[in-house]
Structures are given as C-alpha cells and as structure tokens.
Design a protein around this ligand. Structure first.
Ligand SMILES: CC(C)(COP(=O)(O)OP(=O)(O)OC[C@H]1O[C@@H](n2cnc3c(N)ncnc32)[C@H](O)[C@@H]1OP(=O)(O)O)[C@@H](O)C(=O)NCCC(=O)NCCS
Length: 150
C-alpha cells in the first residue's frame, strides 16, 4: 500500500465524487458530498497514491457517535489494506475529538464490506428489512473506536 491518507475538505468534493463513482452504481455528486463535509460533524479522508486517488471514507461524527456514510477503494487497489487503513485512521482521529463508537449500514449481500467490518471488530446490531434497492436488507453494525486498528 503506497497510498497516503489525508483529511479531505469541501475543495476535494470532485475527487471524492470520482472515487465514489468508481465504487458505487448509485453515485453521489460533488455538491451532495460538499454538503455532507461542510455539514455538522462532516469528516472525510482520501487515500492518494502516486498513480492517483485510490480510496475514500466519508463519515459524520456527533460526539460520542460516528457514522460511516460511505467508503470505497478503487477496484485495482482492493485487498491491499486500504479499507482497513481508512477506517483505522478515521477511528483514531474521531477518538481524539471524543467519539467512542462507530455505526454503519451495509447491504446484507455486500460480502467484501461485511468481511472488512467484521475483521475490524464490528458486530451486528439490527437489520432493516428491504432497505436497499432490489429488496436487499441492511445490516446495522457497531464497533467501539478503540478496537479499530490498522
Ligand atoms: C469494502 C471495501 C472498501 C474494502 O476495501 P479493501 O481495501 O479491499 O479492504 P482491505 O484490503 O483493507 O481488507 C481488510 C480485510 O477486510 C476483509 N475483506 C476485504 N475484502 C474482502 C472480500 N472481498 N471478501 C472477504 N473479506 C474481505 C478481509 O478480512 C481483509 O483482510 P485480509 O485481506 O487480510 O484477508 C472495498 O471492497 C470496496 O471499495 N467495495 C466497494 C464499495 C463498498 O461496497 N463499500 C462499502 C459500502 S457499505
């Protein structure tokens, strides 16, 4: 993993939108991402390698709870530890401002993401039936920030 992870701001919304579109069919546009970052508790990270941007994470944190809104790694860089590194970095920075817990929603059929979250210590909290398009359930997961390590 040669990528360097840095905080992203509103000025990076176009980069984040490109990264989001590389991972999700239902892409979020740059203005929507800029609103999330500049809204209450908005927090974003970008992982950039010499070859270009490789991953991002977008969270909202209202102490003591952080919510993972979205995370993605470009297909060519997957399984190289970047997803884990992005979440560990977010956990470290948000702990430093007083958060202690992270929540997220994940589609029940998204096995790579569920694998990542379980590897980092997330546990299932509840299920939202048919929450996603196509009738897929959402699993709500939770982890203590102190347990999320790279
Ligand atoms: C989910 C995602 C961010 C993971 O990023 P990544 O950089 O590939 O993950 P990492 O390399 O850090 O993986 C860390 C651990 O997560 C688990 N994991 C990651 N990908 C996995 C897969 N395809 N299948 C099973 N477990 C997986 C493994 O335990 C892995 O550790 P290991 O490689 O030592 O076995 C990436 O697959 C992605 O961008 N997917 C598309 C977008 C998406 O679905 N985002 C989540 C929406 S809720």
């Amino acid at each position: 993993m040669s990528a360097v992870i840095t905080r992203a701001g509103v000025a990076d919304a176009e980069r984040l939108a490109r990264l989001h579109a590389a991972s999700f069919a239902d892409a979020w546009d740059a203005p929507s991402i800029a609103r999330l970052i500049s809204g209450p508790g908005g927090f974003a990270l970008i992982a950039a390698a010499p070859e270009g941007d490789e991953g991002f994470a977008l969270l909202q944190c209202v102490v003591p709870e952080a919510e993972l809104l979205s995370i993605g790694v470009v297909p060519a860089a997957r399984r190289g530890g970047l997803g884990r590194a992005l979440l560990a970095r977010a956990a470290r920075e948000l702990s430093a401002v007083g958060a202690d817990t992270m929540f997220l929603d994940v589609a029940a059929d998204n096995l790579p993401a569920i694998g990542l979250y379980r590897a980092l210590g997330f546990g299932d909290m509840s299920r939202r039936p048919r929450y996603y398009r196509g009738g897929i359930d959402a699993i709500v997961m939770r982890a203590g920030l102190a347990g999320i390590e790279a």
